[in-house]
Design a protein around this ligand. Structure first.
Ligand SMILES: [Zn+2]
Length: 509
């Protein structure tokens, strides 16, 4: 008898359908797997045999042929255990066939018949929906992830034996085996923008970066609160909408077991150490697993001590910064991972940290200074919209200040309003934030007044700005205008935006 089961394989976050055909017929006892099955898939034969025995099912002494279609796609991983096992049980009359074809089935079997968590539960559930299936079978730890996709039946099944009871209609497995739990909040909720003393310009820059999705670099000597401020960007970003929650969890569920089935309802904040490898940053391995740029999708990638990162690691940021995705190519396939993040970075002005700082002398050797400063130029820095210098606050600021600064919540309100304005303006266009306006559209979209335009022209002559820099200044100006709910970009918006181009000014020193 021939039985077909629907399952899937993952290419990055994209799941593609695979059909598992199981044929059990009389003949010499054998168990063969065909259809470009990788070594991990071939090992499933032993797991399935043992799981059968330990679950009280009879493994047939017959000729078993399993075909994974389409045959031109190489299949790796252990998620075919469950569909293959289900096919054999159905083909031998130990389970009923009716429901099997209407669910997407994926899962690795333990030797005792327990179904292990799968990677990519969100992507798999989304595929089941696109295929018009009734639902998806998942092990209980993946239940909440899969349930993010509405409109399909998500059935949590803990063991092979339970799966057979489900197929035979002996047990319903209600869709909510445990009460739904709220998304988990980040541990440290006490962080607030008002914790940071002074630094009004840097705070304002953070607000603009959050509002328009701009990348931001803080340059300054140690102890000015650069990292402290950068980390607080998550407290002023709007909460992710439902679609973004799905995207965030799609990425994080790729690491099936480690995520522990947790649903993330906050924007990710990733802060890799500067010793991170290329693969750790962009993703790697075979099949590839996502790197930091992907784990930061729809959130923040924070690079503390930016110039300390390896050059190739920094260069690798170019593709995701431009396109919002990472493509990793392996012999047989390309794997595409989403990587739309806000980059926030910090840098010391030089190796010792005090170059250009009025109250303390830089002790770097000239040669070291030049090589350090070189790291503050280049293709990635070129793509950072805003660069802000941070100096230690004057002492009287610390002593005299009695009233706390503005709270994150107050700033967040303005950020949300500015984002709403952008959403209205961009409607159905592929970009939703000012930072993503394509170069050729920048001038028209920013809509500067005649005076604002003249001011920008004058500044670009004085500073010798590139076309790219001018576009970035216009985009920042647009965001500043949006924060004020102004339709046109006015001269004061341009002159404020020029403040956030520290490195342009530096080049002229
Ligand atoms: Zn120095």
């Amino acid at each position: 008898m021939l039985v077909r089961t629907k399952t899937a394989i993952l290419f990055g976050v994209r799941a593609v359908p695979v059909e598992v055909e199981v044929d059990v017929s009389p003949g010499i006892c054998s168990f063969s797997l065909v259809g470009l099955a990788g070594s991990g898939v071939r090992e499933s034969r032993e797991r399935i045999r043992t799981a059968f025995r330990n679950s009280g099912f009879a493994f047939p002494d017959m000729r078993i042929t399993v075909n994974l279609a389409p045959a031109d796609v190489k299949k790796e991983g252990s998620s075919f255990d469950l569909p293959v096992a289900a096919g054999i049980l159905t083909a031998t009359g130990q389970a009923e066939a009716e429901k099997l074809g209407t669910y997407l089935v994926a899962g690795e079997l333990s030797l005792d018949g327990t179904i292990k968590p799968v990677a990519g539960a969100v992507s798999l559930a989304y595929l089941a929906k696109r295929m018009g299936l009734a639902g998806i079978i998942v092990p209980p730890p993946n239940f909440y992830q899969a349930s993010l996709i509405s409109g399909i039946d998500v059935v949590p099944i803990p063991t092979l034996r339970d799966f057979v009871r489900f197929l035979n209609g002996e047990d319903e497995f209600p869709p909510h085996p445990v009460p739904p739990r709220p998304g988990e909040k980040r541990e440290n909720r006490k962080r607030d923008l008002s914790d940071v003393v002074g630094q009004e310009t840097a705070k304002r820059a953070l607000e603009i970066a959050a509002a328009g999705g701009h990348n931001l670099l803080y340059v300054g000597p140690p102890g000015t609160g650069k990292s402290m401020l950068a980390e607080r960007i998550v407290t002023i970003l709007p909460d992710p909408d439902e679609e973004e929650v799905i995207e965030i969890n799609e990425v994080h569920s790729l690491n099936g077991s480690a995520a522990g089935g947790r649903i993330l309802r906050e924007r990710p904040f990733r802060s890799p150490h500067h010793s991170i490898s290329y693969a750790g940053m962009v993703g790697g391995g075979n099949p590839p697993v996502p790197g930091e740029v992907t784990l930061a999708h729809r959130g923040v990638l924070f690079l503390d001590e930016f110039p300390e990162f390896r050059r190739d690691v920094l260069e690798a940021l170019r593709q995701p910064m431009e396109t919002g995705v990472v493509v990793i190519t392996r012999s047989s396939h390309s794997f595409t991972f989403p990587a739309r993040f806000s980059l926030i970075a910090t840098a010391n002005p030089c190796g010792c940290g005090y170059y250009g700082y009025p109250e303390r002398e830089c002790v770097c050797r000239p040669r070291d200074l030049v090589s350090y400063r070189k790291k503050l130029t280049g293709p990635v820095i070129d793509r950072i919209d805003m660069q802000v210098e941070m100096l230690p606050p004057p002492r009287r600021d610390i002593i005299e200040r009695t009233s706390p600064g503005e709270s994150s919540q107050a700033v967040k309100k303005r950020v949300i309003r500015a984002r709403e304005i952008q959403k209205e303006r961009y409607g159905k266009l592929p970009w939703k934030l000012n930072s993503f306006i394509p170069g050729r559209e920048t001038l028209e979209t920013a809509s500067p007044t005649e005076e604002a335009r003249r001011l920008l022209e004058r500044a670009s002559e004085t500073l010798g700005l590139s076309a790219r820099a001018i576009h970035r200044i216009l985009k920042i100006s647009r965001t500043i205008a949006d924060l004020e709910e102004e339709k046109r970009v006015l001269p004061r918006h341009v002159s404020e935006a020029l403040h956030y181009r520290f490195l342009d000014r530096e080049k002229r020193r």
